[in-house]
Each structure stands twice: as structure tokens, then as C-alpha cells.
Write a protein that binds this ligand. Structure first.
Ligand SMILES: *[C@@H]1O[C@H](CO)[C@@H](O)[C@H](O)[C@H]1NC(C)=O
Ligand SMILES: *[C@@H]1O[C@H](CO)[C@@H](O)[C@H](O)[C@H]1NC(C)=O
Ligand SMILES: *[C@@H]1O[C@H](CO)[C@@H](O)[C@H](O)[C@H]1NC(C)=O
Length: 372
């Protein structure tokens, strides 16, 4: 059996899969098809890669469909790639068990929580500052973008504009965002002012499970649905989106495990593939969550700096479900924390707090009393 929280999340997700002929007995297997983007190549260095200097990483190559589609060599790389993807889906319409999508996943621009982690250093951030709402000058609970973060999203805006206008890159047909404000702001700054055709208007849907790894930090606790709606009135919510954040457990010092995150990332990707027949899809999310989705898509790991974007050609196939592994995993575990800025933190051991905490002292006293 899986963890209780995952079952709860599963219960929230739409029950039967409605993709073409999918029955509830089918599972979806994902493959990132290599050979189309630089980001698939193990020799590409993610820490220095910039989508905006490389046409989003689209490889300059020919496709088997070029001869028929572009006999006079007049089309752009993006037009020929889009035509090739269409031809793949055309073949799939016959077997009904396979489909292809092009997912563009963008990490939000720099938020106040990113600035604070740099300012305080990662050990002090993880063990103390990240658990607070802010420091009096900056607020990082459900952090918004810094000026640098807005500039990163504006850069994406200008780059998309150039690709659409000069390179005839296809417009997105669907837009999704994490419910956290830094992603909503990034998606909005990136797409809202683009001159998009009416048929491909920017009508983003917020999906709960595109949110960041649910750590004890307040930047991973979302605002209420009412607050999000007031912040971005033109963003839609997926069905069943709850008023309150039911997943964050920071007040109990508990954070999501990576096994849980990968499992819930598969749920949201299955949901998109089962209910959205569009091919060109934009997702605005987070470093940890995009990393987790890349795992689900069987893509090589490719860490994104703030504001960076990765496209993936995804092949999805309906398969007989594999036997559920009987091993259980913890969904949430206690994360270390200190009552004041820590001396340091040690990988694998956690926080080295500056002083003995009140909690420990009280527990010791209670134990002593019980013994008496
Ligand atoms: C493809 O060619 C164009 C134009 O020469 C160049 O700007 C782009 O960087 C090339 N893309 C890759 C992935 O090498
Ligand atoms: C609060 O944190 C921000 C970084 O997010 C930093 O720039 C600022 O100086 C800090 N304020 C105080 C009072 O330490
Ligand atoms: C979204 O973009 C529009 C158009 O630029 C702007 O008026 C609005 O304030 C933006 N909202 C957010 C939340 O960024």
C-alpha cells in the first residue's frame, strides 16, 4: 500500500483515465525521445546552458518528413519539427495506444526565498530562516519575484516573441502553472503581453501538483484559493482545487520525501496526458518539481537555474500496469530545524543548532518527572 497522503491525493485526482481508449487498468509509460534537443545530450552542461542563446536547444537536423513538407527548403527548423511531431501523432491515431506531446517546462524567475538563501547561506536557510515568513525587510512565504526574477521572466517574454515571429515556432495550445505565486507571476510576465492569436490565447490553469517539493519552508506553503484568485484573476483553477493548502505540513516540521514527490508528479503528468489532447504545452513550475517530472518522463537529470526553460518531446504509451511494488516508503518525514540561526548543517546529519532548544529541555524535564 502507498502512503495515506498519496492515497488522499489520488482520491483528489480524476478517477478513470479518459485518454482515447484508456481503461482504468492501463498505465502510462513515458519516454523522452532523444535526438531533438541539446538538453537530451549528456555532454550539455545544465549549469551554463541558456535556452535563449540556442533556439531553446532545438537541434539543427532533418526529419524523415522534410522532403514532402518542405521540398523547396523554405520552412524553419521549428516548422519542420512541428510537422514531424504531427506525423508521429498521425500514425498514433491508428494504434490509439501512443501519443506525443512537446512539453516546455519553465522554472520561475528568482524569488525572495532564492535571494534569502543566497544571503544567509544554505545551512542557515534550511535550518532556520526558511521556516520564517520573512526577515522584516523581505517576505518569502509564498515568495514573489525579485526585480531580477521579473527581468528573467521578461527575457523569456522577449525570446518567445522572437521565436514565434521570426522562427515560426508553434504557439502553445495549453498553459499550466504551479499554484505558488512566483510561478503565476513568471507565467504571466512571460506570456500575458505576447500578441497571441485568439485561438491560442493565454488561458492558464493552476494545478496543485505542479507545486514545489513540499518542504517545511514557508515558500512551499501556498496561499488560499481566494488569495490566488485576487492575485491573478485571469488564471483558472483545475477542478477540485481546495480553498486551503491541505498538503503543507511545515508547522509539524514535516516535509515530503522525494519518493512521494515522484509519485505525485506522475499523477499530475498522467492527468495532463489523459485529459488534454493538445500537443504543445507550457508548464511553469520549480527546480525540484521539474526535476521530479524529468524523472517521471525518463529524461536525464537537467537542473534549471531560475528563469530557465527546458523543452522535451515526450512519447506516452498505454501499457499493462506493472505489479505494484510491495515496498512502502515514507511520504513525509521530519525535517531538522533550529530555534535560532544554526551554527551549520552537515549533509546527512542535519542542523547543528547554536543552543539547546527549549523543546529538548522541556522533554527532559517531563521525562525526569515521569521517572519520579
Ligand atoms: C542552429 O543553427 C542556428 C543558426 O545557424 C543557430 O543560431 C543555433 O544555435 C543552432 N542550434 C543548435 C542547437 O546548435
Ligand atoms: C532580508 O533578506 C534579504 C534577502 O532576501 C536581504 O536582502 C535583506 O538584507 C535582509 N534583511 C535584513 C534586515 O537582514
Ligand atoms: C499580469 O500581466 C498583466 C499584463 O501585463 C498585468 O496587468 C498584471 O498585473 C499581471 N499580474 C501578475 C500577477 O503578475
Amino acid at each position: 500500500m502507498k502512503s495515506s497522503l498519496l492515497s488522499a491525493v489520488l482520491a483528489l485526482a480524476p478517477g478513470a483515465i479518459a485518454w482515447k481508449q484508456v481503461s482504468s487498468c492501463d498505465d502510462i509509460k513515458y519516454t523522452s525521445v532523444p535526438g531533438f534537443f541539446l538538453q537530451d545530450d549528456p555532454n550539455t552542461n545544465p549549469s551554463t546552458f541558456d535556452y535563449a542563446s540556442q533556439n531553446f536547444g532545438l537541434l539543427n537536423r532533418t526529419y524523415p518528413t522534410d522532403a514532402k513538407f518542405d521540398p523547396r527548403h523554405k520552412k524553419t527548423q521549428w516548422q519542420r519539427f512541428a510537422n514531424y511531431v504531427d506525423s508521429l501523432n498521425e500514425e498514433c491515431r491508428r494504434d490509439k495506444k501512443t501519443t506525443y506531446k512537446v512539453l516546455f517546462m519553465g522554472r520561475h524567475g528568482e524569488g525572495w526565498h532564492n535571494a534569502a538563501e543566497t544571503y544567509y547561506g544554505t545551512p542557515a536557510w534550511n535550518c532556520y530562516w526558511g521556516e520564517l515568513d520573512g526577515n522584516g525587510t523581505a517576505t518569502w512565504s509564498d515568495a514573489q519575484l525579485t526585480a531580477n526574477g521579473i527581468a528573467q521572466a521578461s527575457k523569456a517574454n522577449a525570446y518567445y516573441k522572437s521565436r514565434f515571429e521570426q522562427e515560426k515556432m508553434p504557439y502553445f495550445e495549453s498553459y499550466y502553472s504551479s499554484p505558488l505565486k512566483r510561478c503565476i507571476q513568471t507565467a504571466n510576465t512571460t506570456f500575458a503581453t505576447l500578441n497571441l492569436p485568439h485561438s491560442h490565447a493565454f488561458r492558464p490553469t493552476i494545478k496543485e501538483l505542479f507545486r514545489e517539493s513540499i518542504s517545511i519552508h514557508t515558500c512551499d506553503r501556498r496561499s488560499t484559493k481566494t488569495q490566488i484568485h485576487a492575485f491573478a484573476p485571469h488564471f483558472l483553477f483545475e477542478e477540485g482545487f481546495s480553498e486551503d493548502d491541505l498538503l503543507w505540513r511545515g508547522s509539524e516540521d514535516e516535509g515530503e520525501t522525494s519518493a512521494h514527490q515522484v509519485a505525485r508528479s506522475k499523477i499530475v503528468i498522467d492527468d495532463v496526458f489523459s485529459h488534454d489532447d493538445n500537443t504543445w504545452i507550457s508548464i511553469t513550475s520549480h527546480s525540484g518539481e521539474i526535476g521530479s517530472i524529468l524523472t517521471v518522463l525518463n529524461h536525464q537529470s537537467f537542473g534549471l537555474n531560475t528563469g530557465q526553460i527546458i523543452p522535451v518531446l515526450v512519447k506516452a504509451e498505454l501499457v499493462e500496469p506493472t505489479v505494484e511494488p510491495t515496498t512502502t516508503y515514507a511520504s513525509f518525514t521530519t525535517e531538522p530545524t533550529c530555534k535560532s540561526p544554526p551554527l551549520t548543517s552537515i549533509a546527512g546529519q542535519g542542523c547543528v543548532c547554536a543552543t539547546v532548544t527549549t523543546t529538548t529541555f522541556t522533554t527532559a524535564k517531563a521525562t525526569l518527572k515521569a521517572e519520579l
